[in-house]
Design a protein around this ligand. Structure first.
Ligand code: ADP
Length: 466
């Protein structure tokens, strides 16, 4: 069953129940009020007859004779049935409109008469008609001498109640119908955006086009917010999907170059170069270099995949000055004709992962050495500031254009592809930035084309409380 049908059924059902309860209450309230009006009238009539009896009878005569004169009750009996009974229930006088019958004297009525109670009952008069009857004691000279019963047909009251109940029924049914139709229309309008969401989602599945977005009609309601969230999710998915596609393309491209070199050198060896020691040594070195390059790239890629999967760093106090010295010594082995120097070196502690921090610094130093022509200089400095440790790698190399700077940390990004052979795969800075950020730090770049670059790493300094 659709949400629309369910909503409409619930809505109409609840309205139906409340209308039913409301009608029932109104009906019983009205019938109660009307019945008490009838009872008041019956009591007034009974009292009128008793008053007449009291004025027409001289108390002394009644006392002496023990008998009372009965009033002409038919004057009261146009629409009322009246009868007078003795204390023992014996009929004394009956109004003419009762003809041969009389008002019933049930055990309860006799009991009321005997106990002098004023009480009214609804009695059936046959063929669905009803009578309302009231019994009232007659007091003469301070004594109860009998009772008067006054009754009236309830047909006019029943007619009115019938009209009311019919009006309530017609009103309720038409309100329900109106509510059901309105409910369907409202539910359809409210759920229309969901249909749009379903349609777009289906189109995306069919066409595999993540650039499609769901139109947002009202941005601030619940469905508008849901739609915006889905649109944001689609945008994010599209970016991830593109990154994934680009990654696959880049990886294949990057692997093709070393593989071609390896393949070419193998061909060379097969065609006889293996016999010439110098040629063989060249070919094997080239193969070895390319294999090492591929291995580095695959290691980097694996590391990045682990980082993406949420790799945790193992934090421990790291003396940054010692680490920088290690990196300096390690990098000195790389001989590209560039002078590597140690500048200012403060002592500083960082709470971090020693191996990852070493990798970060090595990546920066390796880049500086790679992109600085022979004869240039690379300087490493370590400074401690207010809560921060700052490690800078400054070179006098080729520099980076301002257009390239924002993209440097993207995976596989290389500023100048014509220099690609001497560089890696464009993953080093992505890894460096991840390590800095995982330590709560950042990397800043300052560069001037032809003058050189400075990569500065900011890391939070370890405080005594940590
Ligand atoms: P790669 O393996 O290509 O060096 P990186 O991610 O380490 O990849 O660096 C990305 C790009 O940033 C490099 O290709 C290079 O163009 C540029 N780059 C990085 N460091 C320097 C530097 N010190 N001087 C000039 N260019 C640099």
């Amino acid at each position: 069953m659709s949400i629309r049908t369910r909503l409409t059924l619930w809505y109409t059902g609840l309205l139906g129940i409340s209308l039913f309860i409301f009608s029932l209450l109104l009906y019983s309230l009205l019938s109660g009020i009307l019945l008490s009006v009838v009872d008041d009238r019956l009591a007034t009539q009974a009292q009128n007859v008793i008053n007449l009896m009291q004025t027409e009878n001289d108390p002394l005569t009644v006392m002496l004779s023990g008998k009372a004169k009965l009033p002409p009750i038919d004057v009261f009996a146009s629409q009322y049935y009246i009868q007078i009974v003795q204390m023992d229930g014996q009929l004394v006088q009956v109004s003419e409109n009762l003809r041969d019958t009389h008002l019933p004297l049930s055990a309860e009525v006799k009991d009321d008469i005997a106990n002098g109670r004023i009480r009214s009952y609804t009695i059936s008069a046959g063929q669905g008609a009803r009578l309302r009857e009231l019994t009232m004691p007659i007091l003469l000279v301070g004594r109860r001498v009998g009772a008067i019963q006054v009754a009236q047909s309830l047909t006019p009251l029943d007619d009115s109640l019938n009209v009311i109940s019919r009006a309530l029924l017609i009103g309720s049914v038409s309100s329900l119908l109106l509510a059901a139709v309105g409910g369907v229309v409202l539910a359809r309008a409210a759920l229309r955006p969901i249909q749009a969401i379903t349609r777009t989602a289906r189109r995306i599945t069919q066409t595999q086009d993540l650039s499609q977005r769901i139109p947002v009609a009202v941005p601030n309601d619940e469905l508008g917010r849901l739609t915006s969230t889905i649109n944001d999710m689609l945008a994010r998915l599209a970016v991830l999907f593109q990154t994934q596609q680009r990654l696959v393309a880049d990886v294949s491209h990057e692997l093709r170059t070393p593989l071609t070199t390896i393949q070419g050198n193998l061909d060379l060896l097969r065609r006889g170069a293996a016999d010439d020691p110098a040629l063989r040594a060249d070919a094997l070195r080239a193969i070895g270099d390319e294999a090492a390059r591929m291995q580095r790239m695959i290691n980097d890629l694996l590391l990045l995949a682990q980082l993406d999967a949420g790799l945790q760093i193992h934090r421990q106090p790291v003396e940054m000055d010692t680490l920088l010295l290690d990196v300096y010594r390690q990098a000195q082995v790389i001989d590209r004709g560039v002078t590597l120097r140690l500048g200012a070196e403060d002592q500083a502690l960082v709470l971090g992962d020693r191996d990852r921090l070493r990798q970060l610094l090595l990546n920066l130093v390796d880049n500086a050495l790679k992109y600085t022509p022979a004869g240039g200089q690379v300087t490493l400095t370590l400074r401690r500031g207010e809560g921060w440790v700052q490690v800078a790698v400054t070179d006098t190399g080729v520099g980076i254009t301002p257009e390239d700077v924002p993209h440097l940390f993207e995976r596989f990004y290389r500023a100048d592809r014509s220099r690609a052979r001497q560089s890696g795969a464009g993953l080093g800075l992505s890894i460096a930035q991840w390590v800095a950020q995982a330590h709560g730090g950042r990397i800043e770049v300052e560069s001037q084309v032809g003058q050189g670059s400075t990569f500065t790493v900011w890391l939070p300094q370890m405080t005594g409380s940590e």
